[in-house]
Design a protein around this ligand. Structure first.
Ligand code: GLU
Length: 488
């Protein structure tokens, strides 16, 4: 058994019905940080009870996303089929015997009952409630069925679900570590289904059984689950179990104040990976979605995040997902990354752009030139490809800069001087080119701009003299001559 001194055990319990989205990633991170901070255990559990919508591909994508984020788990799946840990299996559909045991117990103790209502009857009940402007809830009509009536209904082909008998009076108090105590009136709750007609457990039931059996100490999850918590607390009570502590994380809104969704841009973690966000940057950003330190620190090293994270810093007000801030933060992390490491991380993007093994200056030198500018790894190829591909002049470079009087002569003079310059280094290049300007009575701009346009095809780019050094004499001179030819 994995026991730690703190006894703290958290879990992330995704339903594998799609990708891991920003909200789920934030929940994962908070559970992971809390466990790491307190030297506890972080568990991953796959809640695949929705058989129609759960897929192995989704399990794979979720595991890949969490691994990429760097939130390693101590117990849980290794892949879409196997797992590891003292409470294995960590797939709910492999744990049916546990649920059956407690379903039987609740039934025998009269705390649950069989419901034979058909889908049509339940739909009608809902519509009537809507018409009468009541909250749609099951009216409890099967509570009083006798065993005999039940047998008859079964004989007529009806398959029962099991419902939990909720208390009808009073209130269920949810003690929440972020919101304080939240009270739910029991008369507004319903006898919820704990076993479906197909025989499988529902989320609310399986979740309680597993959190208990897996000795989860803190349930940290999105606040869309807050309305489930009174039902779950009543189950704990009915089963005679001590409930875990709950912390419901605030909702995440898009920049326009609506609930975060596709229309605000990428929402799945793997899309951020594909766009070239660094996992440590996304982690830092997600940590601040609903959590802050009293001094409002923004950038945290991985160790600092673990050290400083606490539920006391979590807020109940909605958090706003701000893609501009995320891009800024990613840029900060890119700037802090040592260049060899940055080149390694950017390799998939360089490969796609055909630059990974292209002939030309060392990638470490070209990538370093514009390190200040990258917001995403995907920005890198576009800013350095001119080193590796034949020059293509932008219309602005050609018409505004190169096709101007005297430019051909200037480029010719430069080609001549630079072909003899040694060493071909930043400082020497600068004094040579400035000397050239003075000799010809040209302003710096009359030389620097055409020079840049001629060797890169662009009007903007890295700092000029260092860029020329990185290109090397041969490339610079041959590009100058090609441009002179292109000017006719
Ligand atoms: N399977 C649930 C979900 O994906 C987990 C809810 C919980 O954390 O209790 O939303």
């Amino acid at each position: 058994m994995t026991e730690t001194a703190s006894g703290i055990r958290t879990r992330f319990a995704p339903s594998p019905t799609g990708f891991l989205h920003i909200g789920g990633a934030r929940t994962t991170l908070f559970n992971w940080l809390f466990a790491r901070r307190h030297k506890g255990v972080f568990v991953l559990r796959i809640e695949d009870t929705d058989e129609a919508r759960s897929t192995a591909e989704s399990v794979d994508a979720i595991l890949e996303s969490i691994r990429w984020l760097g939130c390693d788990w101590d117990e849980g799946p290794l892949d879409a089929e196997s797992d590891r840990g003292p409470f294995s299996p960590y797939y709910q559909m492999k744990r049916l015997e546990h649920y059956d045991k407690y379903l039987r117990q609740l039934l025998e103790e009269g705390k649950a009952y069989r419901c034979y209502c058909s889908k049509e009857e339940l739909d009608a009940m809902r519509r009537l409630a809507q018409l009468e402007k009541r909250p749609p809830r099951y009216d409890g009509r099967c509570r009083l069925l006798t065993e005999r009536q039940g047998r008859d209904l079964e004989a007529s082909g009806r398959k029962p679900s099991l419902r939990f008998r909720m208390p009808e009076e009073g209130a269920t108090l949810v003690p929440d570590l972020i919101r304080g105590e939240v009270s739910f009136e029991n008369r507004l709750q319903q006898d919820f289904v704990i076993r479906k007609t197909t025989g499988g457990p529902t989320y609310n039931f399986a979740c309680v059984v597993d959190d208990h059996l897996m000795r989860i100490s803190h349930v940290i999850r999105g606040d869309e689950h807050l309305p489930n918590t009174p039902s779950q607390l009543q189950l704990y009570r009915a089963l005679g179990w001590q409930p875990p502590l709950f912390a419901h994380l605030s909702m995440i809104m898009g920049p326009d104040g609506g609930k975060l969704s596709k229309r605000h841009g990428a929402t799945s973690v793997l899309e951020y990976k594909q766009q070239g966000f660094l996992p440590q940057a996304l982690r830092n950003y997600l940590a601040l979605l609903g959590w802050s330190t009293t001094d409002s620190q923004q950038l945290f090293s991985p160790e600092e995040l673990i050290e400083r994270f606490d539920l006391a810093g979590c807020q109940k007000n909605p958090a706003t997902f701000d893609p501009v801030k995320l891009a800024w933060m990613n840029g900060e992390y890119i700037r802090k990354t040592p260049v060899p490491e940055l080149v390694r991380q950017a390799e998939p993007f360089l490969k796609t752009a055909g630059l990974a093994s292209a002939e030309g200056p060392a990638l470490e030198r070209t990538v370093a030139l514009e390190q200040e500018k990258y917001k995403r790894l995907a920005d890198i190829p576009g800013l350095i490809e001119f080193f590796y591909k034949p020059v293509e002049y932008t219309p602005k470079a050609m018409d505004k800069v190169l096709r101007t009087t005297g430019t051909k002569e200037t480029l010719g003079g430069l080609a001549e001087r630079l072909s003899r310059l040694s060493p071909f280094e930043e400082k020497a290049l600068e004094s040579e080119i400035r000397g050239f300007c003075a000799e010809r009575g040209l302003k710096a701009g009359q030389v620097f701009h055409p020079l840049r346009a001629a060797v890169t095809g662009r009007t903007e780019g890295p700092t000029l003299f260092l860029m020329l050094e990185v290109m090397g004499r041969e490339m610079v001179v041959s590009r100058l001559r090609k441009t002179i030819d292109a000017l006719g």
